[in-house]
Ligand binder design. Structure first.
Ligand SMILES: Nc1ncnc2c1ncn2[C@@H]1O[C@H](COP(=O)(O)OP(=O)(O)OP(=O)(O)O)[C@@H](O)[C@H]1O
Length: 758
């Protein structure tokens, strides 16, 4: 039940309050701007000073030292000023946004134990008057949860001191734009539909928006969860999974402000476009972005010198792997068996590399193995490897010492130009030696150390272990037919995606390294595209991280379908979380009622999906001839562009995109989006489905949906994901026929246009 408030006394009252608050915000904004200008000015004068100081007094040693100390001090001063400027800059942005739209909600509550009720206003961040009274409460404050969770009547909310009860007397929603209330109404529901209608009806943007004003109750559960170390969210397409995790990150940063910062949070995202698309949500809430990485980037950083196969290459190669047979390298059991194998590995089965420097062997593999064999076999391998590393470093130091007195080193010193000589000596050491001999000894050490640096690096990075060969041997045990494929790829400096997690896990088990303990929260979006082995590996790599895994098993493009229940069961068994929870989101917000109804009837169990009641045109299925298809496609795209800012032509693979582009005249050609692209232009774009993962477009054209492309339910995930990218309009184009997946949809859910000209 909601009550719209017309331009009456209440509206005037609220607008007057907005005016008062906005005027106070303006004063604070001006103050912040002045402080910012002052900080900037101060920095530039320190910098000027610093340049001058750096120029003078560099000849006399004493003066030079004094100058160095002063320069250091000034450097620190600059760094501090830069930090202040950054804080002020963020504050200015926040206040400027707050000035336009100071809040979106009001609650009137009477707390137990209080004599009178109070009125609170809720916005994207808190704002006080001069006496410390809250004029706006931050949406993440404990008390604000009433706004998202409570119906009128008795409610409770969690505070650091425990549960607090209150009576919720009024809940009011606002839309305030440019400091003017454009809409406001009272509601008894959690967060009513009306504002949501308005938000969802808008055209898509280059960046995802924050959803603070309209967070739904079940999304709020995800956002405010602090109890579980494993949270799995199974949410249907468009149900706000991504939105919810970004809000969750903002919430966690607020909730644990003293011991959590944005660098301790990592989000695995599906592709670079997606990373760009979501990059403004946290800044719009006054927070810094978390780290973002794709799984391919993550592995590529760990396999220097090898080309890691991307998810998309894998997909293009195999199309969807719809066999019921599981690839055992993608299972968590495989990872567990690697662990076991390592525990039982004999010294004689360990494989080492020769350590080479410019074709000269510095340590032979035989020597390394014999050093290893001297270590107590009761110790686990990773401790022995660590010890081995120390021994090798000691031996290297001895070698360096010996090498220092060789003739080639003296020759090298003789051949140094004056510039090279002083640069090798380093500014700090110049003029510090008592006699020339000690200067030469110092230089000789430097020269030899530099020469042997690659060996030091190799030892430090465990390159003495022949991990590729070791992994190939492991494959021989579990998957003898796969070993050759692995070796062949390696010859070409490539590694398949399915080998990355097991191989790295083997390495980490042997070396005891590869972990990052500083990460507190790990988020993985589109979890259905990850194998269990990969999830297992991520957990092993970030052992202190709470996991939030989000996905939709219906949108599985790369793996065989796995339900979220199966995922939960498997993770409970393999990574043994302390407290795990699964949340389902079944309401879809992205698309119109008509598009969601169409999408859900593609699925065998689509009934669980609830469509949001926002209406638009019925999806349109166009059946045309081979000859006419290009002109029909152009016609449809141009037609859609009249009412929509972005029209995406989405295909099942890149080959279809390329063929299509080839057949189109250049003047009509859409912009082809590539794997390496980071942003999406407006207008008509063309892309394969895997690049559209997680994104949304005003209008979508699914091309080409004949039965040749979508013969049966094995390609359902692709078709469903394509359709679910559309916010306002959806067109599907087929050549000569349509997929049986579409003929199964009740025909009142779409319109058909037969445009066949033979
Ligand atoms: N509570 C909400 N208020 C306003 N908009 C919302 C809300 N929840 C979701 N949306 C909107 O719905 C759309 C889909 O949200 P989002 O991309 O987060 O869903 P998703 O579940 O991650 O989708 P998918 O799995 O299909 O990629 C976005 O435009 C988002 O802004």
């Amino acid at each position: 039940m909601k009550k719209e408030i017309t331009l009456d006394k209440e509206h005037i009252f609220e607008q007057e309050r907005v005016n008062r608050v906005v005027s106070m915000i303006s004063t604070s904004l001006q103050k912040a701007k002045n402080e910012y200008d002052n900080a900037k000015q101060e920095r530039s004068s320190v910098e000027k000073n610093y340049v001058q100081n750096a120029k003078i007094n560099t000849f006399e040693v004493d003066d030079q030292m004094e100058t160095n100390a002063e320069v250091q001090q000034q450097k620190q001063l600059v760094a501090k000023n830069v930090e202040t400027e950054n804080i002020l800059e963020r504050q200015i942005k926040l206040l400027a946004d707050l000035k336009k739209s100071p809040y979106f909600g009001r609650i009137d509550i009477h707390e137990d134990g209080e004599t009178s009720p109070e009125t609170l206003y809720i916005g994207t961040s808190s704002f006080n008057d001069d006496t410390g009274n809250f004029l706006i409460y931050d949406w993440r404050a404990p008390i604000a949860s009433i706004y998202y969770n409570g119906n009128l009547g008795y409610v409770s909310y969690n505070t650091p001191q425990g549960k607090q009860n209150a009576q919720l007397l009024k809940k009011r929603q606002f839309r305030i734009q440019e400091s003017k209330i454009t809409n406001m109404f009272d509601t008894n529901e959690t967060v009513g539909d009306e504002l949501l209608q308005e938000m969802l009806g808008e055209q898509g943007d280059e960046y995802m928006k924050n959803i603070v004003a309209t967070i739904q109750k079940e999304q709020n559960d995800i956002i405010r969860d602090t109890k579980h170390d494993l949270l799995i969210v199974q949410g249907v397409a468009g149900s706000g999974k991504t939105s919810a995790i970004l809000q969750r990150i903002a919430f966690l940063l607020y909730h644990s402000r003293s011991d959590l910062n944005a660098d301790q949070i990592v989000l695995f995202s599906p592709n670079l476009l997606f990373s760009h698309y979501i990059s403004e949500v946290l800044p719009s809430l006054g927070e810094r972005n978390m780290r973002q990485v794709t799984i391919t980037e993550f592995f590529a950083q760990r396999f220097e010198g090898l080309n890691v196969e991307t998810l998309f290459e894998n997909f293009e190669k195999h199309q969807i792997k719809q066999t019921s047979e599981k690839n055992i390298k993608e299972t968590a059991e495989f990872m567990l068996s690697i662990k076991k194998q390592v525990e039982n590995l004999d010294n004689k089965d360990l494989l080492f590399n020769n350590l080479l420097l410019e074709d000269q062997i510095i340590f032979t593999k035989k020597e390394i193995l014999s050093l290893y064999s001297t270590l107590p076999s009761a110790q686990p391998h990773h401790l022995r490897q660590f010890e081995l590393k120390n021994i090798l470093i000691q031996k290297l130091k001895q070698k360096i010492k010996k090498e220092q007195s060789k003739q080639w080193v003296l020759d090298k010193i003789d051949s140094l130009s004056e510039e090279e000589y002083y640069s090798l000596l380093g500014e700090y050491k110049r003029g510090r030696f008592d006699n020339i001999e000690s200067e030469i000894t110092y230089l000789s050490k430097k020269i030899v150390q530099t020469k042997f640096e690659p060996i030091y690096e190799a030892i430090y990075n465990n390159y003495f272990l022949d991990i590729y060969h070791q992994y190939a041997e492991l494959l021989k045990v579990f998957l003898p037919f796969d070993q050759k494929k692995f070796n062949d790829e390696l010859e070409l400096h490539r590694i398949r995606l399915e080998d990355c997690a097991p191989l790295l896990y083997l390495r980490d088990q042997l070396t005891g390294e590869g972990q990052n303990h500083s990460i507190h929260h790990l988020f993985v979006d589109e979890i259905q595209d990850y194998s269990l082995a990969q999830i297992y590996y991520l957990h092993a790599t970030f052992p202190n991280a709470h996991l939030t895994l989000l996905g939709d098993s219906e949108q599985a493009l790369f793996h065989t379908l796995q339900s979220s229940n199966e995922l939960m069961t498997s993770l409970k068994e393999t990574i043994a979380p302390k407290k795990a929870r699964m949340i389902e989101l079944n309401k879809s917000y992205r698309s119109t009622f008509e598009i969601t109804s169409f999408m859900k009837s593609l699925l065998p169990d689509g009934n669980k999906i609830q469509a949001f009641t926002r209406s638009g045109p019925l999806p349109k299925v166009v059946i045309t001839s081979k000859k006419a298809v290009i002109s029909k496609l152009i016609f449809e795209a141009q037609r859609l562009l009249k009412n929509n800012e972005t029209v995406a032509i989405i295909t099942k693979d890149i080959v279809t995109c390329q063929l299509l582009l080839h057949s189109m005249k250049s003047k009509n050609a859409p912009t082809l989006i590539k794997n390496s692209d980071r942003s999406l232009p407006k207008g008509i774009v063309l892309l394969p489905i895997y690049l559209a993962k997680g994104l949304e477009f005003d209008a979508v054209i699914a091309y080409e949906i004949s039965k040749e492309n979508y013969p049966n339910d094995k390609s359902l995930g692709i078709l469903y994901t394509i359709c679910s990218r559309a916010m306002h309009e959806l067109v599907l184009i087929g050549v000569e026929n349509v997929s049986p997946l579409i003929t199964n949809v009740p025909n009142n859910l779409f319109i058909v246009e037969h445009a066949i000209t033979l």
